[in-house]
Write a new protein. Structure first.
Length: 202
């Protein structure tokens, strides 16, 4: 996604996986701030307090929490205890338990001395997979937008931004409000889309 025109990720690793940076979503939409998590307990707190939101992001945060747990202590007992706490940070989050299981299935067969490097590689791979999945969802959403508005000239300007809209918009007025909001956010160029309200009104 882009924030103030700059490509931004809701989570990313720092310093070769020794910390992660998130967008603190408890402050949105009034403030945009990033938060560095240097301990797996920080990740658990972020999940519990909804600093990270959405099933995919919660799962990826859990994966990086396991990385930080390995950094602290890669031995079986400590790692298994940390993984249990991480997986239960939000018991109903299916992506979270899945991510922890995937990380642990990769790490436990390995020698503890080799686990941190493997953890970072696995979490990075999972993060990139999630980025590609979210991008595909965004591209599919573009089809939905085109069903609501007729394309005129120019090209789509939202790049990797994901525009969340309801599957159905019930009336013309709400369509007009959505278009106005997209224009205000710089997501849609006024010269790209025209409202289909005239067609719907007929």
């Amino acid at each position: 996604m882009k924030v103030y025109g700059e490509p931004t990720r809701s989570i990313r690793s720092l310093d070769n996986g020794t910390a992660v940076e998130i967008v603190d979503q408890t402050l949105l939409p009034y403030r945009f701030e990033k938060r560095v998590l240097g301990d797996w307990r920080d990740c658990v707190e972020a999940i519990r307090t909804i600093r990270v939101r959405g099933a995919p992001l919660i799962g990826i945060t859990g994966a990086w929490a396991v990385v930080l747990a390995v950094k602290e202590n890669p031995e079986n007992d400590a790692l298994l205890k940390a993984a249990e706490v991480i997986a239960n940070a939000r018991p109903t989050a299916v992506n979270l338990s899945w991510a922890v299981r995937r990380m642990m299935s990769t790490l436990l067969p390995r020698d503890p001395a080799l686990r941190f490097e493997a953890a970072v590689k696995t979490a990075e791979a999972m993060t990139q997979e999630d980025v590609m999945t979210c991008r595909a969802i965004g591209e599919a959403g573009m089809t939905l937008i085109s069903d609501l508005y007729a394309a005129r000239t120019g090209s789509l300007l939202w790049s990797e931004n994901i525009v969340e809209i309801n599957k159905q918009i019930s009336d013309i007025a709400s369509q007009e409000r959505l278009l106005a909001q997209l224009k205000q956010q710089g997501v849609v160029d006024p010269d790209i889309f025209i409202s289909r309200s005239n067609q719907l009104a007929e």
